[in-house]
Design a binder for this molecule. Structure first.
Ligand code: MN
Ligand code: MN
Length: 296
């Protein structure tokens, strides 16, 4: 890894560290989710960077891939288990991090558990260890009252690519792929109070450009002009200058035609509670030690 690349990863990490702190402060009962998302995204932009994806605010049985729509009125409740997943990129180099918040403290044990699992996972990563060994180790860290989510995974990162091909599950998938020095990896265990299987729910207002095929229709073409500015990274309808009315229809058309991908919310199959913790790590990059870019 070149020095400039490392510097960009670290810069993106510092920006999301600030965004994490802000998200914790803002996640109070009665606050609208859309306000939390917009403040966190604004803090990234105020730092001179861009979000790598819309802030995901997934509640209770939702694990990931929900961001509030424009004007969304859902407020955070005291007992909600809110996953805040934040990404920023510096010149395409991404920091990806997540935390879980529960204002009333009723589910504090679950949150502390998943944070501890993440720490154990980060400690385990080193050049030469395999992804299979990693998953086996992580799964063993989860105490009996919870289950690791087996069908959501961490992932490698690459420039302008959040999911760079190699998945990093939190259970043993028998992969012999070895971590090596300079790998940029997002480590993200999820735990559930149920059996730990996620399924697709409704569309979560998160989209990504899938094809550069030319499109017909004035509204579609205008939207495509905006969408190309996201450099192939995920975006949300909240970020579009043209939205509502015929533009809302145009976006749906782009999805139907397979030009734009729409992400579904990922939620617990049994409706059980889900908690998540995530950090981005540069493997072996500090004199053999890992650099966790998103943690101070
Ligand atoms: Mn994430
Ligand atoms: Mn991730």
């Amino acid at each position: 890894m070149e020095q400039s690349e490392k510097d960009n990863y670290i810069k993106a990490g510092e920006t999301v560290q600030k965004a994490r702190k802000l998200a914790r402060e803002e996640a109070k009962p009665g606050t609208k989710l859309v306000d939390i998302a917009e403040k966190v995204e604004k803090s990234i932009r105020n730092d001179g960077l861009e979000p790598a994806f819309p802030v995901n605010l997934s509640i209770n049985e939702q694990a990931a891939h929900y961001t509030p729509p424009p004007g969304g009125d859902r407020e955070l409740k005291a007992d909600d288990v809110l996953k805040v997943d934040i990404g920023a990129h510096s010149d395409g180099f991404i920091a990806d991090t997540a935390l879980t918040v529960n204002p009333s403290g009723k589910h504090q044990d679950m949150i502390e558990t998943v944070e501890k699992v993440l720490e154990e996972a980060l400690d385990f990563v080193e050049p030469g260890k395999t992804i299979g060994e990693f998953g086996r180790h992580v799964e063993r860290q989860v105490p009996g009252e919870y289950n690791i989510v087996t069908n959501l995974t961490g992932h490698y990162l690459d420039r302008y690519t959040q999911h760079a091909g190699v998945s990093v599950p939190n259970c043993d998938n028998a992969s012999t792929h070895e971590f090596k020095k300079g790998d940029a990896v997002a480590i993200e265990p999820f735990i559930s109070t149920g059996s730990g299987k996620m399924m697709n729910g409704k569309p979560g207002n998160i989209y990504m450009l899938e094809s550069n095929r030319s499109v017909r229709g004035r509204a579609e073409r205008k939207l495509m002009g905006e969408i190309k500015n996201f450099n192939g990274l995920p975006f949300t309808s909240r970020w579009l200058n043209n939205y509502g009315g015929r533009y809302k229809m145009a976006l749906n058309k782009l999805v139907q035609k397979g030009v734009v991908k729409s992400y579904d919310v990922l939620k617990d199959r049994e409706g059980s509670l889900v908690a998540q913790a995530e950090h981005t790590v540069l493997v072996g990059m500090d004199g053999g030690e890992n650099i966790v870019t998103t943690r101070r």
